[in-house]
Design a protein around this ligand. Sequence first.
Ligand code: HEC
Ligand code: HEC
Ligand code: HEC
Ligand code: HEC
Length: 203
Amino acid sequence: MKKAIVTSMCLILGAGVASAQITNSAHDFSNETWSNGTICLPCHTTHDGETAFVAPLWNHEVTTSNFTMYTSDTLDGEVDAQPADVSKACLSCHDGTVALENFGGNTTGTTYIGGGALVGTDLSNDHPISVTYSAGTGTGQDPELNPTSATYADGTIADYLFANKVECATCHDVHNGGAVGGNPSLLVEDPAGSTICLRCHAK
Ligand code: HEC
Ligand code: HEC
Ligand code: HEC
Ligand code: HEC
């Protein structure tokens, strides 16, 4: 009995630690030249952050790209004309227009994101972002969305929305190294069996 308790404690502790790990994740920049070997600084600062607020104490040059947003005949929720600030934070590296080393006031970098990590400025073929989460049967509502009180990752769907919208950080944990089975895509939960999709979409 005692052993069982100890084991479950370890499991709880293990999960907690893992979900907060940036070390060894795709966002562990400590071995990169462009980051000067730092992890947090390319994204955050303690003082004198970028004056345009996109995310807490933001330290990276912010993208000024004009993005093509998602649209479709069957979409019910409203999509913003351009990505919301919290998603612009991601796109400030992932749209490929701002150099990675352009943080802390530097604007002369030459290293750009590439390969599979390059999302670009055309978001029309990506899962909608800056889209209102509108579950329901009324106009502008999607009857096949679960209520925002439904379980999602470490809480409810509502906990992961930003001003009631789905943003990049709704599905991705920017600080998460490997909550589940390697989790190379920094997802908030295991994508196995498309669980993450079914949390929101009642399909
Ligand atoms: C690749 C960029 C990036 C890196 C690296 C990064 N962050 Fe963040 N951080 C973000 C973004 C974007 C947000 C806002 C979105 C969110 O909360 O998920 C955020 C939010 C936060 C927040 C407020 C919300 C929360 O999760 O509590 C804190 C505190 C924070 N980061 C601390 C850190 C520290 C400390 C480090 C270094 C160990 C770090 N971050 C590394 C991008 C980054
Ligand atoms: C946090 C909730 C959430 C998660 C997780 C999520 N979605 Fe969505 N998804 C939405 C919302 C909200 C919309 C907009 C629906 C609407 O208003 O019609 C949407 C839209 C879509 C659309 C476009 C629908 C249309 O009519 O054009 C597709 C396809 C889709 N999601 C597939 C997925 C897949 C596949 C996954 C898993 C990889 C996923 N979603 C994960 C919330 C989510
Ligand atoms: C400071 C620049 C920067 C910011 C800001 C940033 N990233 Fe990244 N991200 C990177 C780099 C660099 C990599 C590693 C790319 C590689 O391995 O080629 C990466 C990797 C990733 C990966 C894994 C890619 C893969 O190929 O599997 C995901 C997913 C990701 N980022 C999502 C996000 C999201 C979501 C945000 C915002 C919440 C964000 N990033 C903010 C620089 C950034
Ligand atoms: C609805 C959930 C959802 C949203 C919103 C979302 N992603 Fe993803 N993303 C995923 C999933 C699931 C994967 C891994 C599976 C795949 O490759 O499609 C992924 C993969 C990635 C990758 C790895 C490369 C790749 O194509 O496999 C990057 C980089 C990335 N996302 C960045 C972003 C950025 C930046 C945003 C916001 C502009 C964003 N994501 C919004 C669910 C999402």
